[in-house]
Design a protein around this ligand. Structure first.
Ligand code: ZN
Length: 240
């Protein structure tokens, strides 16, 4: 049975995902990942903490500057990630499985080098982002360098969930202009947070064009953070 959302997911990761059936996502290595864990009525927080494949698509992502400021914990589009899928594609950094390539970040502006995964072509995509960002007017460059980092073998602060930085499929831009949900006084993900952002949308639009989502569109915002999620971007394009 055709499922347009799963078709988009398969198309977004052609090197790793073969197909799906009524119950499972089926990877090219033969691994089956359940589409649903069967848990009914998950809260937004439970969808983030233990995301099955379906949970990744519950919160719609809006492209560009027209996104609504996230107002409830349910507004975390793209923040739910099925760990089995991302482990299978990018590898376990604690076992040295992440395939890394060094790229030059904003080379014409002296942005230094970054280590990025070659899986799913992420390193090439980030180089394309870098070229487009260099072409933006100079007033935007201060937000972009130095980068606060790409590969970092760690879990998300305060959780046991693997960070997209552990897969080397995420980048943080200049920490000097970032806003982060925990800095407003919230301690737990279930605490109330108030939204803040200083990153210009011209920068966000460049990343989105190349398949990266922005952490500034999350209730649990992290405005220097971008991660490669072509399935989320493709679905947002389809729903425009
Ligand atoms: Zn980050």
């Amino acid at each position: 049975m055709a499922d347009p959302t799963l078709d988009v997911l398969v198309a977004a990761y052609p090197d790793f995902i073969a197909r799906y059936d009524a119950k499972d996502l089926i990877l090219k290595n033969g691994q089956h990942i359940a589409l649903s864990d069967g848990a009914a009525d998950k809260t937004p927080q439970q969808r983030i903490e233990k995301a099955d494949i379906r949970d990744m698509f519950v919160m719609p992502y809006t492209l560009g500057a027209r996104y609504k400021q996230p107002a409830t914990p349910a507004d975390d589009p793209g923040r739910a990630r099925n760990q089995a899928l991302f482990d299978a594609m990018y590898g376990d950094c604690t076992k040295g499985q992440v395939k890394l390539k060094t790229i030059q970040w904003l080379p014409r502006l002296g942005g230094g080098s970054l280590r990025v995964t070659t899986a799913n072509g992420v390193a090439d995509r980030l180089e394309a982002v870098s070229r487009d960002l260099e072409a933006l007017p100079a007033k935007f460059h201060v937000y972009l360098k130095p980068s606060a980092g790409t590969f970092n073998c760690r879990v998300i602060a305060g959780t046991s969930r693997m960070s997209m930085h552990a897969y080397a499929a995420a980048i943080d831009i200049n920490v000097k202009f970032t806003d982060y949900w925990r800095w407003g006084g919230a301690k737990k993900e279930t605490d109330k947070v108030s939204y803040k952002n200083r990153i210009p949308m011209e920068i966000v639009e460049v990343f989105e064009k190349h398949g990266f989502i922005w952490g500034g569109k999350w209730y649990h915002y992290d405005t220097m953070h971008f991660e490669y999620r072509p399935e989320i971007i493709a679905l947002a394009k389809n729903s425009k």
